[in-house]
Design a protein around this ligand. Structure first.
Ligand SMILES: Nc1ncnc2c1ncn2[C@@H]1O[C@H](COP(=O)(O)OP(=O)(O)OP(=O)(O)O)[C@@H](O)[C@H]1O
Ligand SMILES: [Mg+2]
Length: 475
């Protein structure tokens, strides 16, 4: 395994050297064979015991140089100047067949200098949850970090109860977070901040002119656009990230940190499941507002490079453009879900009408959009009036109806990782310490836009409509 270390080579200010723990009995539980292949690791698909040693910390693979990355972050609105990887080890970067540079990071691999009071570990269920949810998002077409494997450690992890321990290996186009910029800005380390900016531009936004005077402003604008896209994609499928702290906001625009994430069933923008999110700060319908807020924090961090009046005004212009840019992207996304090909004045109201009815009658979000796509005649009667307006809007041109249907099929999944199914599969996995249930579930999740033999089994709605469902952070 030939790792490169371009991030680590930025210098010691960016990380702490850290050796992963070495668990006594690493066992491979989940392996992402297609991802392994794209990383040139196909050989490991046939050597589970070597894969388990490599991706648990027991053995350092190839030219890996494990480090824990430094970052800060605003958590629930409050700034913490030093977070960093307290239970993760970056191994380095691998090049994919198609020339992309991807980072591999162990999570749950033991304490580092950033652990504070944490034990550096990860329990089995959250590790498997990260694997399932990131694969599901990837298959749904949502930008996301991915998971290469989950290895059980054979060691206990103490939370409210004793859990089996595990390490999940994350694959990300980078681990640079808004909080990484905040880390250097808050220390007044303009040299590292500028280095980080150049690096992030080269790695994620190579089309930008890195020598332009306003490169930081352009960068902010591009990061914002990707975050707008990300949140709209989350809303398209009803994903609630659950802990959109600035340390969980990746500069690449990928979904990162699946700790307390969940899916919305019944449509309600106030939906929130995270046990610690008492105010609903990270509720489904708040995600746009929060990303806007997070982008303002990124702007503030970048201002540590240049806080001239001119530059400040430029940053402000970008931040102020958020709502308009978001609204545009949001409506475009929903036009696809509704099969609307061109743009008409009343589209926004048409959409609002549907969402209102769904909320009022407690209808399942994904199920309704799937029915709209596949079997509009099966929609509940409370939608009849709305449906007439929608059909009128679609018109009756057969060719364009086909085009509408194609748009909708690509935007409205038949399969999402519903909370109660995720929990049932996790419970089964923990009880048996085998991957059977997870693999079955993944098979369905990996084809979210087509009906397969097992789809129905994993798409049934929860009897209680997710009432009382709770998720947990950092466990
Ligand atoms: N068990 C733990 N031991 C040590 N540090 C931890 C532990 N759990 C979380 N942390 C640290 O607390 C901070 C916030 O945790 P958070 O839950 O957002 O991240 P995470 O799930 O560990 O990782 P990531 O954001 O990389 O997916 C991070 O600095 C993280 O490393
Ligand atoms: Mg995190």
């Amino acid at each position: 395994m030939n790792f490169s270390h371009s991030y680590k080579n930025l210098g010691p200010a960016f990380y702490q050297t850290a050796r992963p723990q070495s668990p006594a009995q690493p066992q491979l539980l989940l392996w992402n064979a297609p991802l392994a292949e794209s990383l040139g690791l196909a050989a490991l698909s046939h050597d589970a015991s070597l894969a388990a040693r490599y991706f648990s910390g027991a053995e350092v693979p190839g030219t890996a140089e494990p480090v824990a990355l430094a970052y800060a972050g605003h958590q629930f609105g409050y700034f913490n100047p030093q977070l960093g990887d307290g239970r993760a080890h970056l191994l380095g970067e691998l090049s994919t067949r198609d020339g992309r540079l991807l980072e591999l990071q162990l999570k749950g691999s033991g304490q580092t200098l950033f652990s504070r009071r944490g034990d550096g570990r990860c329990a089995l269920k959250p590790a498997v949850r990260e694997f399932i949810m990131s694969e599901a998002l990837h298959a749904l077409g949502v930008p996301t970090t991915r998971a290469l494997c989950v290895v059980t450690t054979g060691e206990p992890v103490y939370r409210e109860r004793v859990n089996p321990g595990a390490v999940v290996t994350r694959v990300a186009s980078s681990h640079i977070r808004v909080g990484t910029f905040e880390y250097f800005a808050s220390r007044g380390d303009a040299t590292s901040l500028s280095q980080l900016l150049d690096y992030a531009i080269a790695r994620h936004y190579p089309h930008l002119d890195a020598r332009a005077d306003d490169r930081a402003v352009q960068f902010l604008s591009e990061v914002m656009q990707r975050q707008i896209h990300l949140v709209c994609e989350w809303l398209r499928i009803g994903f609630i990230h659950g802990v959109m702290n600035t340390d969980n906001t990746a500069i690449s625009g990928e979904t990162i940190d699946f700790g307390p994430c969940a899916m919305m069933g019944v449509y309600d923008p106030k939906t929130v499941f995270s046990s610690i999110d008492e105010q609903g700060r990270y509720a489904l319908g708040n995600q746009a507002r929060i990303v806007h807020w997070n982008m303002a924090r990124l702007a503030e961090a970048l201002m540590a490079l240049d806080s001239s009046a001119e530059q400040t005004a430029q940053f402000q212009t970008v931040i102020d453009s958020f709502q308009q840019r978001f609204d545009q992207h949001y409506l475009a996304m929903y036009r696809r879900k509704l099969g609307l090909i061109d743009e008409q004045e009343g589209d926004s109201a048409l959409l609002a009408g549907l969402l209102e009815l769904m909320q009022q009658h407690r209808l399942d979000y994904c199920q309704i959009f799937a029915a709209l796509t596949e079997q509009p005649e099966s929609l509940p009667s409370v939608l009849q009036g709305w449906q007439n307006r929608w059909q009128q809007r679609l018109g009756d041109n057969r060719e364009s109806l086909q085009q509408s249907r194609a748009l909708m099929r690509a935007a409205n999944p038949l399969v999402i990782p519903r909370n109660h199914h995720v929990e049932a599969v996790l419970a089964e996995c923990e009880a048996s310490l085998t991957n059977t249930a997870v693999e079955q579930f993944l098979q369905v999740l990996r084809s979210p836009y087509i009906e397969t033999e097992h789809t129905a089994k994993f798409q049934s709605l929860p009897e209680d409509g997710d009432v009382g469902y709770q998720t947990f952070c950092g466990t």
